[in-house]
Design a protein around this ligand. Structure first.
Ligand SMILES: C[S@@+](CC[C@H](N)C(=O)[O-])C[C@H]1O[C@@H](n2cnc3c(N)ncnc32)[C@H](O)[C@@H]1O
Length: 613
């Protein structure tokens, strides 16, 4: 009869199963404490109790099974404590059946049987499990119940868990939640006073107030109009407020990183000072002392400061390579870069060093006040590169940028160039006409004064609330044109200057508008020819224009010029065919440009059509 059929045999079942399990385990490694016990026993007890979440008090029934296994013979090597015994000496005492029984566990069947199975000898060979010759220990059921024991051993030693198994990393959400808990329990003081004192939303007329004085003497239409105005006013006020706060927080973030990078420098300086003044102590000791002083001043634990310092050290390294501008304009990306340090190697630092001057040109010319932030760490606030962003020619190897004029003086001692955002019509040629005028073909829309886009059919307007044409939103519509992410660079192959993209431009997006002097009749000089059904004209960028003037030709160009009509005026725009960040922006000047020209194309492409070998 199977022992499971008889509840009285439960203790035996449990004990047997555990014995079998222990036989396959390396007990000495799992429980090193066994070495300190003269006669180790394993007490096994089973209770019946209520399951479920509400059973906080864990009300138990009486014990339903209990047994004790003598481990003395199971520990290997322990020949003196547990001599090898024949397999039929397996013994245990259960409270229910205290007479010795002879069982073996049939692992294949998962059942107990009392036959002399060959499994026994095999198990003995594998696990080294040795049952004690000692007589079974009688179990007292009342013993040890509800008696808590203090663990008198030492504190657990820190140990890295090395696992060769694949372990799932906590998800980003988990990290986020843990981060929030850490912040909530951290020492950051989020007192809103600082920001509230600086920025206040103007109180607007509340809708209730509005309701009061409208009920009496306003028509429904007037009420609606006023309510809409109030709502719109508060929305536009909120836009301004939100923008201001976002900007302020961005400035604070930049200051934070500048200060943390400088703090890291001062930390190292402080360690060096101590080393010089007390050379008898090791540098490690001095470092620890400075570190502990900082911990105390910050009110942070060693771990907290160490983690932060690792990131701040990254900020300092980025600053050392790419300059302060890199820190100030980095945004949140730099935190991840410095925390995880993926690709944070020599090559990255070399690339950053090459960017240093280029970043300063962009920062000085586009954000004239940015260096004032540096005064906080005692740096000068004098701009190095004043003027227009494209007044400076940069070098890809990180050399000092030079003024644009300087790059042309050899060929043209009278070189002058005016940077303009909108084309200027040459009135000596066109009078008060604009040859780019493209009247709409539809007489109805023409007479209604509505401008309809020939590409998308939507209404065009410079008013954000009216405009629905978003064909080239970075150039036309509601937005103020932002400075294009491009720089004028010195080409290494004799084409003088060129235009390099700082970010990528997706295929089909506009990089800029060709602006310059709208004229005609220019010959033997570089001009852009264009025409409408009514007139032919030229855009001449010789003395005035924008960055599109520096776009070189390539027989495998990554951009092209196209026409687009905005508010009945034709524009020539530079459209990306897929421009990668860091690549030179080129267009194909076309056969007409190169025909009869005593010049060789230097584009270097395998498919070059005008190389003139
Ligand atoms: C519109 S400009 C482009 C900017 C010019 N590289 C500069 O530094 O002022 C056109 C002039 O650039 C030069 N250029 C442009 N692409 C060229 C190419 N693929 N090969 C040789 N010269 C080129 C020619 O001198 C041409 O007259």
């Amino acid at each position: 009869m199977s022992a499971l059929e008889n509840i009285d045999g439960l203790s035996e079942c449990i004990s047997r199963a555990i014995q079998e399990h222990l036989a396959r385990s390396n007990l000495n490694a799992a429980w090193p404490q066994l070495d300190h016990l003269n006669r180790p026993v394993l007490r096994i007890e089973a209770f019946l109790e209520e399951a479920g979440p509400n059973n906080g008090s864990r009300s138990r029934s009486e014990r339903v099974a209990s047994s004790t296994l003598d481990l003395a013979g199971m520990v290997t090597p322990a020949p003196s404590r547990s001599p090898t015994v024949p397999h039929d000496d397996y013994q245990m005492i259960s409270p229910a059946d205290q007479s010795p029984s002879q069982y073996s566990l049939d692992t294949d069947e998962g059942q107990f049987s009392n036959d002399e199975s060959p499994h026994i000898s095999r198990r003995r060979g594998i696990g080294g499990l040795r049952m004690s010759q000692n007589q079974a220990i009688r179990e007292d059921l009342s013993e040890h119940q509800r008696q808590m024991q203090i663990d008198a051993r030492n504190f657990p030693k820190r140990k890295k868990i090395v696992s060769d198994k694949f372990v799932f990393q906590p998800s980003t959400l988990d990290k986020l939640i843990i981060g929030i808990w850490e912040q909530v329990h951290g020492s950051i003081d989020l007192d809103p006073k600082a920001i509230f004192e600086q920025f206040q939303i103007e109180p607007t007329e509340s809708t209730e107030l509005l309701a009061c004085h409208t009920q009496a003497d306003m028509s429904a239409r007037e009420v609606l109009n006023t309510a809409a105005n109030v709502r719109h006013n508060s929305f536009s006020q909120m836009n301004v407020f939100c923008r201001k706060v976002t900007q302020a927080s961005r400035v604070c973030r930049s200051i934070e990183m500048i200060v943390q990078a400088r703090w890291t420098e001062l930390f190292e300086e402080q360690v060096q000072l101590r080393v010089i003044s007390m050379p008898e102590q090791s540098a490690t000791k001095h470092r620890k002392a400075v570190f502990m002083e900082a911990c105390q001043d910050f009110g942070w634990s060693e771990k907290e400061l160490r983690n932060k310092m690792a990131i701040w050290r990254g900020y300092k390294e980025v600053k050392d390579a790419a300059g302060w501008a890199a820190l100030v304009f980095a945004g949140m990306g730099i935190y991840r870069f410095c925390k995880y340090r993926v690709g944070f190697d020599k090559d990255a630092m070399r690339r950053l060093r090459h960017l240093r001057k280029r970043l300063e040109v962009a920062a000085d010319t586009l954000h004239t006040h940015w260096r004032q932030l540096l005064t906080i760490v005692g740096e000068s606030h004098t701009p190095q590169y004043p003027g227009h962003p494209h007044e400076w020619v940069i070098f890809e190897d990180g050399s000092d940028p030079i003024p644009l004029r300087q790059t042309y003086l050899l060929h043209d001692p009278y070189f002058a160039f005016e940077h303009i955002d909108e084309s200027v019509v040459d009135d000596s040629v066109w009078g008060c006409e604009d040859p780019r005028w493209m009247p709409q073909t539809d007489a109805v829309t023409r007479s209604s004064g509505i401008f309809t886009c020939a590409l998308c059919g939507e209404q065009q307007s410079d008013d954000a609330k009216v405009n629905s044409c978003f064909c080239f939103p970075s150039l036309f519509g509601c937005v103020k044109r932002r400075p294009a992410a491009v720089q004028v660079y010195r080409t290494p192959d004799g084409r003088t200057n060129g235009l390099v993209a700082l970010t990528s431009y997706e295929r089909g997006t506009a990089i800029g508008e060709f602006v310059g002097l709208i004229t005609k009749g220019v010959r033997h000089l570089d001009v852009m020819d264009s025409s409408t059904p009514l007139a032919s004209y030229q855009i001449c960028q010789r003395r005035m224009g924008n960055y599109t003037r520096f776009v070189n030709h390539s027989c495998k160009a990554n951009a092209q010029s196209s026409t687009f009509t905005w508010l009945d005026t034709q524009r020539v725009i530079l459209v990306s065919k897929g421009v990668e960040a860091g690549s030179e922006i080129t267009v194909d000047y076309g056969n007409k440009y190169w025909a009869g020209l005593d010049k060789a194309c230097l584009c270097g492409e395998a498919c070059c059509r005008y190389r003139r070998d």
